[in-house]
Design a protein around this ligand. Structure first.
Ligand code: ATP
Length: 352
């Protein structure tokens, strides 16, 4: 039995069903992210887990105990929100100790735990500051400490980094992951930022229109997207529209060339349209060992990005982008040059 079980969760707001048959098992100590575009229902699922929103159907269990109808305060969950939701009239120490005070902990207990939490977030020196005297990143670390202080069973993070600037985002996300691992706390992290989700999660749940489109490790989600939506939403992708020529041989015509795919195209017949996808890093300019599939075309665009040069190669109606490393010894190709691209048939995703 999983530690946190979400079964058949559904949420209707009036006639609008914003979460549909959402099922997920999360293991103890696991860090999972809900990743998806704005409005796909990520926050609504999180709010149902926290007890801020009542599910229209389905159940939520933690450690084998159903909590679906329990109040937020009875669920043992810590939450960090997008906006800095610290109490403005309380010091850092008072903010962190708040949850314990509400539960009737003694002042010595609170003080010991606050000291421990301040060490954990490396803000020991700022115990007496007020929120307005701190940066956004510091405030979010305090919000994290406040959520963790009562030792919740589950930590829920709703876009906790989105109000911060890029550099702080990266360092705080690494810090959150390190703290989560150290404490071994089961965590759900909501984000619409794919890099964020891929970089810190044990598993990612890609959501679309109220449903889980795919659940998998970052490696699986990126390399083996199960649907067109996931393939496009996660990472940069080249899509090529082709026509099936021989389904049993797995051959597809793309532009003026033909590609032999790794598997058969079961369920397709000759002449059917098919969408293929390739990540930029799976394509090389020219022939490369191990990349047996070749297509010929013409250089359509060259962008010098510094250490990397992004090249777009036109293949008739279609085109693909690939990245090559800059080498001062060899100048980049020029627009209009004839070019061949190579890739491994195994790296081609057939999108459904
Ligand atoms: P974002 O990244 O923008 O926060 P999200 O994926 O978290 O998006 P939700 O906040 O879960 O999305 O919202 C999902 C859908 O439910 C949206 O269409 C939203 O407008 C709608 N919704 C959310 N809360 C309510 C509410 N209280 N009443 C009516 N509709 C709501």
């Amino acid at each position: 039995m999983a530690f946190l079980e979400l079964k058949g969760l559904q949420k209707d707001f009036g006639p609008l069903r914003v979460v549909k048959d959402f099922n997920l098992d999360i293991e103890q100590g696991e860090f999972v992210s809900f990743l998806g575009p704005s409005g796909c229902g990520k926050t609504t699922v999180l709010r149902m887990v926290a007890g801020f929103e009542e599910p229209s159907a389905g159940s939520i269990s933690v450690g084998g105990k159903e909590v679906t109808r329990l109040k937020t305060s009875q669920r043992d969950m810590g939450m960090v929100f997008q906006a800095y939701a610290l109490f403005p009239n309380m010091t850092v120490a008072q903010n962190i100790g708040f949850g314990l005070k509400v539960r009737g902990a003694s002042s010595s207990e609170i003080s010991a735990r606050v000291t421990e939490m301040l060490k954990l977030i490396q803000l020991d020196q700022l115990a007496d500051r007020y929120p307005y005297q701190m940066s956004g990143g510091q405030q979010q670390r305090v919000a994290l400490a406040r959520a963790l202080a009562p030792q919740p069973k589950v930590l829920l993070l709703d876009e906790p980094l989105s109000a911060l600037d890029a550099k702080v985002r990266v360092s705080l996300r690494d810090e959150i992951r390190a703290i989560q691992k150290r404490l071994g706390i089961t965590t759900i992290f909501v984000t619409h930022d794919q890099e964020e989700a891929l970089s810190i999660s044990d598993r990612v749940i890609v959501m679309y229109q109220g449903k889980a489109e795919q659940v998998g490790t970052p490696f699986e989600i990126y390399n083996r997207p199960a649907t067109k939506f996931v393939a496009n939403f996660v990472g940069t992708l080249n899509t090529l529209e082709g026509t099936v020529t021989d389904p049993s041989a797995g051959t597809v015509r793309v532009g003026t060339g033909e590609v032999v795919l790794k598997g058969k195209l079961n369920g397709s017949k000759a002449g059917d349209p098919v969408s293929l996808a390739l990540r930029p890093e799976a394509i090389s300019l020219g022939r490369q060992p191990g990349r047996d599939a070749m297509l010929g075309g013409e250089i359509a665009e060259v962008s010098f990005l510094g250490s990397v040069i992004r090249v777009r190669v036109g293949l008739g109606q279609e085109s693909v982008s690939l990245d090559t490393f800059n080498s001062p010894a060899s100048p980049p190709p020029a627009v209009g040059d004839k070019a061949e691209i190579s890739f491994s048939p195994e790296d081609v995703l057939v999108l459904h």
